[in-house]
Design a protein around this ligand. Structure first.
Ligand code: CDP
Length: 228
């Protein structure tokens, strides 16, 4: 079987990465973090000193960039032109710039091509903003993860703290809201829940519970003839 995609979408810091990675591990599917791809392009643009509102320059940049996600025990290493940038794409600076880069049509076209190619021959859990709406509108499983703003800011603060980066809850709340606004209001592939996506609010759930819930949905879909 090819192309069985579990699409997980949702707003910033809603638990997509952790959930998607653990679901993929549990089911032995490929895990693909599409946000990491947009972050990687943003990192290269910042490195080059590009204006992040310059769509033409960003389109050229993306055409000239080799992007690889290499699965490892923790998720995936992100390589830009052979250079490992896994940690460098998670800084507050990149988080602030990524929505602008991700709104550029030429950037999205290239990323979506890579995403579709990655899932061509493998079962895959793919997470992002537009997986169930644009990248794989026919995905047999679509999940939309949500959580309260307060909870999302707390999770992001702890995640950053674990990597030695300190950012206040208040600032994180502001940045998360702003990124959600930009991602939802853009013309190109805005963040939306696909009508057939299953919403899961993770605010009061443990990681184990949210992973189990998604695995249940996937196993049900796999056991249906149409899903197999
Ligand atoms: O981890 P977090 O939820 O904060 O963000 P992410 O998944 O790493 O995505 C970073 C940014 O990439 C988002 O804010 C979007 O602007 C963009 N993105 C997108 O446009 N489409 C996707 N499929 C995934 C991410």
């Amino acid at each position: 079987m090819t192309g069985f995609v579990v699409a997980i979408d949702g707003p910033a810091a809603s638990g997509k990465s952790t959930t998607a990675r653990l679901v993929a591990e549990r089911l032995d599917f490929l895990y693909l973090d599409t946000g990491a791809m947009y972050r990687a392009v943003t990192w290269k643009a910042v490195e080059r000193g590009l204006d992040l509102d310059d769509a033409i320059a960003l389109g050229e940049l993306v055409g000239d960039t080799a992007l690889t996600l290499e699965p490892d025990g923790q998720g995936a290493r992100v390589l830009v032109d052979g250079q490992d940038v896994t940690d460098r794409i998670r800084t507050p600076e990149i988080s602030r710039g990524v929505s602008a880069v991700a709104s550029v049509p030429a950037v999205r076209t290239r990323m979506v091509e890579l995403q579709r190619a990655a899932a061509r021959s493998r079962r895959c859990v793919m997470e992002g903003r537009d997986i169930g709406t644009v990248v794989f509108p026919d995905a047999p499983v679509k999940i939309f993860l949500e959580a309260s703003l307060e909870e999302r800011a707390r999770r992001r603060r702890d995640e950053l703290a674990a990597r030695g980066v300190s950012q206040s809850l208040e600032e994180l709340r502001r940045e998360i809201l702003e990124r959600d606004r930009l991602d939802s209001e853009r013309d190109e592939s805005p963040l939306r829940r696909a009508p057939d996506a299953i919403p899961i609010d993770t605010t009061g759930l443990t990681i184990d519970e949210q992973v189990a819930e998604v695995v249940r949905v996937v196993e049900r879909a796999l056991s249906e003839p149409a899903g197999g």
